[in-house]
Design a protein around this ligand. Structure first.
Ligand code: LMR
Length: 328
């Protein structure tokens, strides 16, 4: 009858979702929000799936869901605990409901470039931060780099005061809100998949992101231009459920973790090139990119750096000093 037809339809839906997996293989689902290809995270997720599916054939089978097609970054954290997905890589800005320590990564101008981020995440202090959410059921497997961040808006932004009165979309990060307010602007937290529409319809006037997000999501098409502010790094936590990870057979877990580490290193090595390609893609599509003079850049630093003091209590001064000194 109707009920069994529905049951079959639901079952069929499930079967389609795991189409590439054989009976008896453990299914590893990875949900993320960015483009499937030509993006540091999209490509890293694909590389991880390719390696797992080849090297762990018969034991494990990995599927990637890109472009927020399965979950957005808020929902994916619950989905990990429910076992609906096993892997995600939200940006480090999106964990403040779980830990305040990652506010470190959002402090404006704390990292000069991705090399400095890598120097910190590779240090003992950086590695310890992978485990700060274990009491809530999450284990960090590694840091995936994405790029530095740049502001775009509906008008040229050369100095922070150009942003007075504008509204910017931010990730779910109070540090980002404080930073935008320091510019005399207002902030609105929105999911990534909402950003293009919000810019297009004027719900917000501007946003901040990496070259590949600005290019792949076509934000530049609905903005006046992008200013090369380099004010923050965009990086992700490759995160899993602690319960799921601990439940794996030791040999399966070791093999999976070794592949994940390898892919993390390989993907991070490619990020600079991918970001350069996305930047060029914006220029080729006649998008406007504005570089800042040293004097203009100093204005941005002067305006935004006082934000650090507000969050020192959440993060800890030792950690801030370690991160600020990394790579120099
Ligand atoms: C954003 O929401 O702007 C980014 O975190 C998206 C991403 O994952 O790169």
């Amino acid at each position: 009858g109707a009920v069994s037809a529905l049951a079959i339809a639901l079952f069929a839906g499930q079967a389609v979702a795991s189409e590439g997996c054989d009976d008896g293989e453990m299914v590893i689902k990875f949900s993320h929000v960015v483009a499937a290809t030509g993006h540091p995270k999209g490509d890293a997720a694909t590389l991880l799936a390719d390696r797992v599916n080849k090297e762990m054939d018969g034991k494990a089978c990995m599927e990637v869901f890109a472009n927020s097609t399965l979950f957005d970054d808020d929902k994916v954290m619950e989905a990990l605990l429910l076992g609906d997905v096993q892997l995600a890589a939200p940006s480090l800005s999106k964990f403040e409901a779980y830990t305040l320590k990652y506010r470190l990564f959002d402090l404006p101008f704390i990292f000069a470039d991705l090399k400095a981020v890598g120097a910190f995440t590779g240090s003992e202090a950086g590695k310890n931060l992978l485990k700060v959410m274990e009491d809530q059921g999450y284990t960090g497997l590694g840091y995936w780099m994405s790029g530095m961040k740049y502001f775009s808006a509906k008008k040229p932004l050369l100095v922070p005061s150009d942003a007075n009165g504008l509204k910017f979309r931010v990730q779910t990060s109070d540090v980002a809100v404080a930073m935008i307010e320091a510019m005399g602007a207002s902030a609105q937290k929105l999911a990534f998949k909402e950003v293009y529409g919000a810019l297009q319809t004027g719900v917000v006037d501007g946003q901040e992101n990496s070259w590949c997000n600005i290019y792949k999501q076509k934000f530049f098409e609905v903005q006046d231009g992008v200013s090369e502010t380099n004010h923050q790094a965009l990086a992700y936590l490759l995160v899993t459920s602690t319960e799921w990870l601990n439940g794996l057979d030791a040999d399966v877990r070791d093999q999976f973790l070794a592949i994940a580490e390898d892919v993390t290193n390989a993907a991070n090595d490619e990020v600079g090139k991918k970001e350069a390609d996305c930047r060029q893609g914006i220029l080729d599509a006649k998008g406007e990119i504005r570089t800042l003079t040293p004097e203009q850049r100093t204005e941005w630093v002067k305006t935004m750096k006082p934000v650090w003091d507000k969050f020192e209590g959440d993060i800890g001064k030792d950690l801030i000093d370690a991160a600020a000194g990394a790579g120099s």
